[in-house]
Ligand binder design. Structure first.
Ligand SMILES: Nc1nc2c(ncn2[C@@H]2O[C@H](COP(=O)(O)OP(=O)(O)OP(=O)(O)O)[C@@H](O)[C@H]2O)c(=O)[nH]1
Ligand SMILES: [Mg+2]
Length: 211
Protein backbone atom coordinates (compact mmCIF):
# COMPACT_ATOMS: atom_id res chain seq x y z
CA UNK A 1 0.00 0.00 0.00
CA UNK A 2 2.81 2.39 0.96
CA UNK A 3 4.61 1.86 -2.33
CA UNK A 4 1.35 2.32 -4.24
CA UNK A 5 0.68 5.64 -2.50
CA UNK A 6 4.30 6.69 -2.87
CA UNK A 7 4.14 5.86 -6.57
CA UNK A 8 0.98 7.95 -6.91
CA UNK A 9 2.52 10.82 -4.95
CA UNK A 10 5.68 10.68 -7.07
CA UNK A 11 3.58 10.67 -10.24
CA UNK A 12 1.49 13.64 -9.14
CA UNK A 13 4.47 15.67 -8.00
CA UNK A 14 6.73 14.66 -10.90
CA UNK A 15 8.53 17.51 -12.61
CA UNK A 16 10.01 17.64 -16.04
CA UNK A 17 13.58 18.91 -15.94
CA UNK A 18 15.05 21.18 -18.58
CA UNK A 19 18.45 22.80 -18.95
CA UNK A 20 18.92 26.30 -20.31
CA UNK A 21 22.31 27.80 -21.20
CA UNK A 22 22.88 31.53 -20.90
CA UNK A 23 25.64 32.81 -23.20
CA UNK A 24 26.78 36.06 -24.78
CA UNK A 25 29.86 38.28 -24.88
CA UNK A 26 31.44 39.27 -21.56
CA UNK A 27 29.95 42.12 -19.54
CA UNK A 28 26.53 41.91 -21.25
CA UNK A 29 24.66 40.96 -18.08
CA UNK A 30 24.18 37.20 -18.32
CA UNK A 31 24.99 36.61 -14.66
CA UNK A 32 22.93 39.60 -13.57
CA UNK A 33 19.99 38.06 -15.46
CA UNK A 34 20.45 34.68 -13.78
CA UNK A 35 20.67 36.22 -10.30
CA UNK A 36 17.53 38.27 -11.03
CA UNK A 37 15.72 35.10 -12.14
CA UNK A 38 16.68 33.46 -8.83
CA UNK A 39 15.45 36.47 -6.89
CA UNK A 40 12.12 36.54 -8.71
CA UNK A 41 11.39 32.81 -8.51
CA UNK A 42 13.17 31.39 -5.45
CA UNK A 43 12.60 31.97 -1.73
CA UNK A 44 16.32 32.71 -1.37
CA UNK A 45 17.28 35.75 -3.46
CA UNK A 46 20.15 35.70 -5.93
CA UNK A 47 23.27 37.83 -5.56
CA UNK A 48 22.83 41.61 -5.73
CA UNK A 49 24.47 43.17 -8.84
CA UNK A 50 27.37 44.67 -6.88
CA UNK A 51 28.45 41.20 -5.77
CA UNK A 52 28.55 39.67 -9.25
CA UNK A 53 32.00 39.40 -10.85
CA UNK A 54 33.07 38.23 -14.30
CA UNK A 55 32.22 34.56 -14.79
CA UNK A 56 35.15 32.21 -15.12
CA UNK A 57 33.50 28.95 -16.02
CA UNK A 58 29.85 28.62 -15.04
CA UNK A 59 27.20 29.77 -12.58
CA UNK A 60 24.22 27.58 -12.01
CA UNK A 61 20.69 28.22 -10.85
CA UNK A 62 17.44 26.32 -10.59
CA UNK A 63 13.83 27.46 -10.48
CA UNK A 64 10.65 25.52 -9.93
CA UNK A 65 7.60 26.16 -12.12
CA UNK A 66 4.34 24.20 -12.36
CA UNK A 67 5.36 20.58 -13.15
CA UNK A 68 8.67 21.86 -14.50
CA UNK A 69 12.14 22.57 -13.17
CA UNK A 70 14.43 24.84 -15.18
CA UNK A 71 18.16 24.45 -14.61
CA UNK A 72 20.22 27.41 -15.79
CA UNK A 73 23.89 27.32 -16.79
CA UNK A 74 25.31 30.83 -17.09
CA UNK A 75 28.61 30.59 -18.97
CA UNK A 76 31.42 33.14 -19.04
CA UNK A 77 31.52 35.34 -22.12
CA UNK A 78 35.17 36.36 -22.26
CA UNK A 79 36.77 35.46 -25.57
CA UNK A 80 39.01 32.70 -24.17
CA UNK A 81 36.14 31.11 -22.24
CA UNK A 82 33.70 30.92 -25.16
CA UNK A 83 35.25 27.66 -26.32
CA UNK A 84 33.54 25.87 -23.41
CA UNK A 85 30.03 26.81 -24.65
CA UNK A 86 29.68 23.92 -27.12
CA UNK A 87 30.37 21.41 -24.35
CA UNK A 88 26.95 22.34 -22.94
CA UNK A 89 25.04 22.22 -26.22
CA UNK A 90 24.40 18.47 -26.19
CA UNK A 91 22.66 18.52 -22.83
CA UNK A 92 20.62 21.72 -23.07
CA UNK A 93 16.99 22.23 -24.07
CA UNK A 94 17.07 25.98 -24.78
CA UNK A 95 19.57 28.78 -25.30
CA UNK A 96 19.46 32.36 -24.08
CA UNK A 97 21.89 34.64 -25.90
CA UNK A 98 22.30 37.94 -24.05
CA UNK A 99 23.63 41.12 -25.66
CA UNK A 100 24.27 44.60 -24.34
CA UNK A 101 21.90 46.79 -26.35
CA UNK A 102 23.68 49.92 -25.13
CA UNK A 103 27.09 48.85 -26.46
CA UNK A 104 26.90 49.62 -30.15
CA UNK A 105 30.68 49.41 -30.51
CA UNK A 106 30.50 45.67 -29.90
CA UNK A 107 27.52 44.84 -32.10
CA UNK A 108 29.64 43.55 -34.94
CA UNK A 109 31.54 41.23 -32.59
CA UNK A 110 28.21 40.23 -31.06
CA UNK A 111 26.76 39.24 -34.44
CA UNK A 112 29.87 37.26 -35.38
CA UNK A 113 29.58 35.21 -32.20
CA UNK A 114 25.79 34.97 -32.43
CA UNK A 115 25.97 33.82 -36.04
CA UNK A 116 28.23 30.97 -35.03
CA UNK A 117 25.84 29.99 -32.26
CA UNK A 118 22.73 29.94 -34.44
CA UNK A 119 24.50 27.86 -37.06
CA UNK A 120 25.62 25.31 -34.56
CA UNK A 121 23.98 22.07 -35.73
CA UNK A 122 23.35 20.84 -32.18
CA UNK A 123 21.28 23.95 -31.41
CA UNK A 124 19.41 24.09 -34.66
CA UNK A 125 16.07 22.78 -33.43
CA UNK A 126 16.23 24.19 -29.91
CA UNK A 127 14.37 27.27 -28.67
CA UNK A 128 16.74 30.24 -28.82
CA UNK A 129 15.97 33.57 -27.22
CA UNK A 130 17.95 36.71 -27.91
CA UNK A 131 17.83 39.09 -24.95
CA UNK A 132 18.58 42.74 -25.72
CA UNK A 133 19.69 43.64 -22.20
CA UNK A 134 20.28 46.99 -20.46
CA UNK A 135 17.04 48.53 -21.75
CA UNK A 136 17.13 50.81 -18.68
CA UNK A 137 19.95 52.79 -20.31
CA UNK A 138 18.87 55.69 -22.50
CA UNK A 139 21.48 54.75 -25.10
CA UNK A 140 20.07 51.23 -25.60
CA UNK A 141 18.82 50.09 -28.97
CA UNK A 142 15.24 48.86 -29.05
CA UNK A 143 14.28 45.32 -30.07
CA UNK A 144 13.37 46.57 -33.56
CA UNK A 145 16.73 48.32 -33.89
CA UNK A 146 18.55 45.19 -32.74
CA UNK A 147 16.75 43.10 -35.37
CA UNK A 148 17.61 45.69 -38.01
CA UNK A 149 21.24 45.70 -36.91
CA UNK A 150 21.47 41.92 -37.26
CA UNK A 151 19.77 41.96 -40.66
CA UNK A 152 22.11 44.72 -41.85
CA UNK A 153 25.13 42.82 -40.55
CA UNK A 154 24.01 39.68 -42.37
CA UNK A 155 23.50 41.58 -45.61
CA UNK A 156 26.86 43.32 -45.38
CA UNK A 157 29.14 40.44 -44.50
CA UNK A 158 31.19 38.87 -47.26
CA UNK A 159 29.67 35.69 -48.64
CA UNK A 160 31.95 32.87 -47.58
CA UNK A 161 30.06 30.33 -49.65
CA UNK A 162 31.25 26.98 -48.43
CA UNK A 163 31.63 27.67 -44.71
CA UNK A 164 27.95 27.25 -43.83
CA UNK A 165 27.69 24.16 -45.99
CA UNK A 166 30.50 22.65 -43.94
CA UNK A 167 28.37 23.19 -40.85
CA UNK A 168 25.80 20.96 -42.55
CA UNK A 169 22.89 23.35 -42.67
CA UNK A 170 20.80 23.76 -45.76
CA UNK A 171 18.86 26.88 -46.67
CA UNK A 172 15.59 25.51 -45.32
CA UNK A 173 17.08 24.72 -41.92
CA UNK A 174 18.58 28.20 -41.74
CA UNK A 175 15.28 29.80 -42.68
CA UNK A 176 13.53 27.78 -39.97
CA UNK A 177 16.14 28.86 -37.43
CA UNK A 178 15.69 32.53 -38.30
CA UNK A 179 11.90 32.29 -38.28
CA UNK A 180 11.86 30.75 -34.81
CA UNK A 181 14.24 33.32 -33.38
CA UNK A 182 12.72 35.61 -30.79
CA UNK A 183 14.18 38.86 -29.50
CA UNK A 184 13.12 40.43 -26.20
CA UNK A 185 14.18 43.65 -24.53
CA UNK A 186 15.03 43.29 -20.84
CA UNK A 187 16.80 45.01 -18.00
CA UNK A 188 18.47 42.35 -15.88
CA UNK A 189 19.39 45.08 -13.42
CA UNK A 190 15.84 46.26 -12.85
CA UNK A 191 14.12 42.98 -13.70
CA UNK A 192 12.04 44.40 -16.52
CA UNK A 193 11.04 41.69 -19.01
CA UNK A 194 12.69 38.90 -17.03
CA UNK A 195 9.43 37.13 -16.15
CA UNK A 196 8.34 37.32 -19.80
CA UNK A 197 11.62 35.72 -20.83
CA UNK A 198 11.21 32.89 -18.29
CA UNK A 199 7.61 32.33 -19.44
CA UNK A 200 8.84 32.12 -23.02
CA UNK A 201 11.39 29.48 -22.01
CA UNK A 202 8.82 27.58 -19.94
CA UNK A 203 6.42 27.31 -22.85
CA UNK A 204 9.00 26.67 -25.53
CA UNK A 205 10.90 23.86 -23.79
CA UNK A 206 7.65 22.00 -23.20
CA UNK A 207 6.49 22.50 -26.79
CA UNK A 208 9.80 21.40 -28.23
CA UNK A 209 9.79 18.22 -26.16
CA UNK A 210 6.31 17.36 -27.46
CA UNK A 211 7.28 18.15 -31.06
N1 LIG B 1 22.44 49.39 -16.69
C1 LIG B 1 22.47 48.06 -16.67
N2 LIG B 1 23.59 47.42 -16.31
C2 LIG B 1 23.57 46.07 -16.30
C3 LIG B 1 22.42 45.32 -16.64
N3 LIG B 1 22.72 44.01 -16.55
C4 LIG B 1 24.00 43.94 -16.16
N4 LIG B 1 24.53 45.17 -16.00
C5 LIG B 1 25.89 45.51 -15.58
O1 LIG B 1 26.80 45.02 -16.56
C6 LIG B 1 28.00 44.56 -15.94
C7 LIG B 1 28.27 43.12 -16.31
O2 LIG B 1 27.26 42.28 -15.77
P1 LIG B 1 27.47 40.69 -15.64
O3 LIG B 1 26.16 40.11 -15.28
O4 LIG B 1 28.61 40.36 -14.76
O5 LIG B 1 27.85 40.32 -17.14
P2 LIG B 1 28.17 38.89 -17.73
O6 LIG B 1 27.51 38.83 -19.05
O7 LIG B 1 27.82 37.82 -16.77
O8 LIG B 1 29.76 38.94 -17.94
P3 LIG B 1 30.79 37.69 -17.97
O9 LIG B 1 30.57 36.90 -16.75
O10 LIG B 1 32.14 38.31 -18.06
O11 LIG B 1 30.45 36.90 -19.21
C8 LIG B 1 27.80 44.77 -14.44
O12 LIG B 1 28.36 46.01 -14.07
C9 LIG B 1 26.28 44.81 -14.29
O13 LIG B 1 25.82 45.53 -13.16
C10 LIG B 1 21.24 46.04 -17.00
O14 LIG B 1 20.17 45.49 -17.32
N5 LIG B 1 21.33 47.40 -17.00
MG1 LIG C 1 28.90 36.38 -15.88
Amino acid sequence: MYSLLKGLHDYLTRKDEYSVVIIGLDNVGGSTALEKIKTLYNPTPGLPPDRIGPTIGQNIGKISLPSTTLHFFDLGGQRDIRSIWPKYYDECHAVVFVLDASDQARLSETWEVFDEVIHSPRLLHLPLLLLANKQDKASSLSVAEIRESFDAWQRSRPRTGGSRAVAGLDGEAQAERMASLDVMGVSALEGTGIREAVNWLYIRVQNSRQA
